[in-house]
Design a protein around this ligand. Sequence first.
Ligand SMILES: [Zn+2]
Length: 219
Amino acid sequence: MVSVAHTPYPTSLTPSSAKKELTIQSLQNDLEIADACGSVGVVVHFGSDVSGNDPLESYQLMIEMLNTVLLEWEGECKILLENLASKQGSIGTTLEELVQIRNLSDQSEKIGFCLDTCHAFASGLWTGGNWRDLLANGTSLGYFQEVKAIHLNNSKYPSGEGKDRHANIFKAGYIKEAQIEELVSTPILMDIPFILETPSDKGVSHGEEIGMLYEKWGR
Ligand SMILES: [Zn+2]
């Protein structure tokens, strides 16, 4: 049994100065709760572009936040940075950014990644047809070695549209079954927990969907 936690939805790694202190405390509290539950990590979304014209400002704020949150953290549970669904050109969509933020943080060993497949598809990072290249690039960057969880979702919209709308895995989205199979059967991801964030009100329950995944690919 594996457990992976998630911060509350409003948590941002690029908070306003008024919310900074509260966000730091909230993240530290998330880590403590998740660690007590034996979770491998707490997933938090990549920050947003706070300046509008200088992405470096947002990256610096994220690094400062991570440094503060993790300074005295000694638990096993990691912060897991999740890639965003935004359109290309906005921040948090490339593996380079995720890896750089981790590398530039003082406690990089306490930071891992969560790959959301819908977000990767929506942002255009994963087009459905470029998994091999993405895997090669991500491995040479050191990204895939630090992936601790996968959010396995299909996408309601085509790749590159920047729309964060999750769809059920089978017969419901723009990511084809063969493309999901390619990802699910990637050796470096074999022992990584896959978590569904798919709709459960579209005629298929999570239990049924998990059953279908196990039947197809043994996961
Ligand atoms: Zn997700």
